[in-house]
Design a binder for this molecule. Structure first.
Ligand SMILES: [Zn+2]
Length: 245
């Protein structure tokens, strides 16, 4: 009986020491994972910093970004996902991307609030940006669709080149379907002096687009494409100072 008890105690002791060893291994594995995550993010940040430092600087340029819809106006919705939330996230990310390159950036809204179209136009008139970008999410007829991709709109001729350059810059990366550039009488693009465009960044009723628009890494690719397009437009127009050798 005593020897059985001794064996049992021995077994318990062995089991707990094995458990402790395993727990220790688990903790150190977690620590290694954390460390490797930190190293990886550090490396990605360094690579991003190097890539940005090779891009033309946009100091002195003013960009106004409109996060489409807001407040009572949710825009297009599907399965609880609302256009107004995606456009705000996209606008904030795009602001950061332009700022990394030296531009001064304004947003028409920073929070979930309503803005009348007329108010947006007044902001455009007041700020007089070098470009105005209105961000939206598309929706096609029917509940769920396979139609996917980017569509760009401009209203007046002085915005045509901006619209085509930005659109080509994004779709040229092969990250989304090309749903073409259109001219349309969109009120928000009515400024006669500020080159303005409206980007429909994907379809909310397409599962593929919806999923990626919720992914900040995809949105960053979209933002890089838009910022590269605007930069190229300014270069074509001769609006950017050449880098000193
Ligand atoms: Zn919209």
């Amino acid at each position: 009986m005593l020897s059985a008890l001794r064996s049992l105690l021995l077994l318990v002791a062995l089991a707990s020491s094995a458990f402790a060893e395993e727990a220790q291994t688990a903790i150190s594995t977690k620590q290694v994972e954390n460390l490797s995550h930190q190293v990886n993010s550090g490396i990605s940040a360094a690579i991003r910093f190097m890539r940005i430092s090779l891009k033309p600087r946009l100091d002195g340029k003013i960009v106004l970004i409109d996060a489409g819809h807001g407040g009572q106006d949710a825009g297009a919705c599907r399965l609880g996902i609302r256009e107004k939330d995606i456009t705000l996230r996209l606008a904030k990310q795009l602001k950061q991307v332009f700022e990394e390159r030296g531009a001064t950036v304004y947003l028409t809204r920073h929070t979930d609030k309503d803005l009348e179209l007329e108010q947006i136009c007044q902001i455009v008139d007041k700020i007089k940006p070098h470009v105005f970008l209105s961000l939206h999410v598309n929706s096609s007829p029917g509940q769920e669709t396979k139609v996917s991709g980017l569509q760009t709109f401009f209203r007046t001729d002085h915005s045509r080149m901006l619209a085509h350059t930005v659109h080509s810059s994004v779709v040229g990366r092969g990250i989304c379907e090309d749903r073409r550039v259109f001219s349309g009488h969109l009120w928000v693009l009515r400024s006669p002096t500020v080159p303005s465009l409206l980007i429909e960044s994907g379809y909310i009723n397409c599962r593929f687009d919806r999923k990626r628009l919720l992914d900040s890494r995809y949105r960053l690719k979209l933002c890089d494409g838009i910022a590269d397009g605007v930069t190229l437009y300014w270069q074509k127009k001769g609006f950017l100072r050449k880098k000193r050798p």
